[in-house]
Design a protein around this ligand. Structure first.
Ligand code: ZN
Length: 280
């Protein structure tokens, strides 16, 4: 079996690549923990100045794994992001809150605080849980064929777990994206301020590395402090506390779905979500 995440060094840049292209890089927990290990390796390597996050194949990522044969929601991993009990063996909201606090919200926050600049290099699909990965990166370079969506309102859920939408899109665009669940283009995302660069597909890698190498000329500690400064400013604009309050609404929605229909995702799976998005 090939590695779900690849790690390589190119000069001063570490490249972390999601590697489940046969499933459009759907993120299972195995991938989450492999990403965490790769980021940790890049942080621990004093030669690495900048980290690039990429996806192998046609698509950056289709989001969380809600239907591949490698789905592993009932598997225990050594927890890294939050000090909470393991979700395995728990029931209902207790189970969901434990798991999502660790592998979704907690991991995303942990990666947002990586003390080196991170750049997401995005092509093709960047859907729902994939937005979370792109958003925790400091910069986003997308190819002109990239498309984005958070369609989880169709499940009755107010957005993915890492609720950065109003901060990265602005409130009005955030509402449009969530209310319709429709795809939006790289150009649209750029206009809303969500992306740094939109480049031709053939140039994505070169443009991402050119930017990474430019940043790598700066002193490491200065970059770390600057990143922290902007992140702190964003938190003062309510990002962190806002996200905490919305995480409660997110889990109210999961619990409501489970209470009225017996399934926390309102009976939706990868196929039904894709089909609904095709016809919308
Ligand atoms: Zn959730």
């Amino acid at each position: 079996m090939s590695e779900v995440v690849r790690y390589e060094r190119r000069g001063l840049v570490a490249v972390v690549t999601m590697n489940r292209p046969e499933y459009r890089n759907a993120q299972n927990s195995a991938m989450t923990y492999a990403l965490d290990a790769a980021f940790t390796r890049a942080v621990d390597d004093p030669e690495v100045k900048v980290i690039v996050l990429a996806g192998e194949g046609k698509h950056f990522s289709a989001g969380h794994d809600i239907g591949t044969p490698g789905r592993d929601v009932d598997v225990s991993f050594e927890r890294k992001a939050v000090l909470w009990w393991d979700h395995v063996g728990k029931e209902g909201a207790d189970q969901r809150f434990a798991r999502e606090s660790e592998v979704y919200l907690g991991m995303c926050r942990r990666w947002r605080e990586i003390p080196k600049p991170t750049i997401a290099s995005v092509q093709g699909a960047c859907i729902a849980g994939a937005l979370m990965l792109a958003w925790v990166c400091d910069l986003i370079v997308a190819s002109d064929d990239a498309f984005f969506a958070d369609p989880v309102v169709r499940m009755g859920i107010p957005g993915v777990e890492y609720f950065a939408h109003p901060w990265v899109l602005g409130p009005r665009a955030a509402k449009e994206v969530l209310f319709t669940g429709q795809r939006f283009s790289a150009q649209q995302a750029k206009e809303w301020g969500m992306l740094n660069r939109v480049v031709p597909r053939a140039d994505l890698e070169a443009e991402t590395f050119a930017l990474a190498e430019k940043i790598a000329e700066m002193p490491a500690f200065g970059l770390a402090l600057t990143k922290k400064a902007v992140n702190q400013a964003e938190d003062l604009m309510g990002l962190r506390t806002g996200m905490d309050s919305v995480f409660g609404l997110h889990h109210l929605a999961h619990a409501h779905n489970a209470e009225v229909g017996g399934d926390s995702l309102a009976g939706q799976d990868a196929r039904s979500m894709r089909d609904a998005n095709r016809t919308s």
